[in-house]
Design a binder for this molecule. Sequence first.
Ligand code: NAD
Ligand code: MLT
Length: 312
Amino acid sequence: MKKIIVTEKISDKGVALLKAQKDLQVDVEMNLSREELLKRIPEYDAIVVRSVTKINEEFYEHATNLKVVGRAGNGVDNIQMEGATKRGIIVVNTPESNIVSACEHTVGLLLASCRNTVKAHKMIESRVWNRDGLKGMELLGKTLGIIGLGRIGGLLTTRMQAFGMKVIAYDPYIADARFRKYNVKKCETLDELLKESDVISIHTPKTEETMNMITYKEWQKCKKGVRVVNCARGGLYNEQDLARAIREGIVASAGIDVLVDEPKPISPLIDLPQCVLTPHLGADTQEAQDNVGIAIAEEVIAALRGEMVPNA
Ligand code: NAD
Ligand code: MLT
């Protein structure tokens, strides 16, 4: 009997699929402290996590029986890959399962940020009906700069082109054919994108190269009043520098789904009225969670049985 521990919320359908396997024992333990997890992990053959559980060297040292790490979601930045590789542990994820939801949330944050929706809602809540200071920006004819034209960047392109936006992108790692496919102008440099965009949305993975990719120096190169979105990973836009650029009026508004210190809500962005913030909700739809839960269960089961796994 192989043992799996699930340490973060995945859909009931995913848990049910795992539990339906006669050769597996499944423990769902969402409230373990780090110490408790490290103490219990030697019992397990597989672990299923989302973005909060840190699978690092310390974890691997305790996980003496581990064969599979299942990342129920897209980004694998909370999983140290080298440590897994050198121990022969298979890491699987579900890169396609939540991208539509993440893209739709990006659109929502972009619109809310361009139209002061949250600020307006708060005024009405306090029984004030006043449109002063709430004038927004229309998207038709404006330029959207996408940093990272991958899965979500591509989906966002087609959606925002339907709003009549011109889309440009900076992504030095993809072929020109992808820019042509999406009818997107290729920016040869990040500076080119910064200078031309009315709205900027970042969709890169979190890596050493992309963390703090946009600092105060970069914001200074932008059009005054640029609107920005981050529905990828906290810290791709340096938070202190973004807050400064907002306070100085360089950035007019920001839609932010992800913070550096998740899940602790501490960030200079939180107290700025120009920011619309959500607690990493990009993938939190019924559809995405069902897709992710079922996909990760299938992958972990296959990996434990030594079968072919598409996203290993
Ligand atoms: P992807 O791998 O398909 O695309 C990422 C793109 O970024 C690639 O085309 C890559 O070439 C490009 N890139 C990498 N480094 C770059 C750099 N230095 N400069 C410019 N481009 C660079 O990823 P995806 O599936 O589109 O996901 C994008 C991001 O969204 C990831 O960070 C992922 O973790 C995050 N995400 C967040 C949520 C959420 O709930 N908020 C949900 C899903 C995914
Ligand atoms: C992801 O990378 O899939 C997202 O950040 C969503 C999540 O982890 O829940």
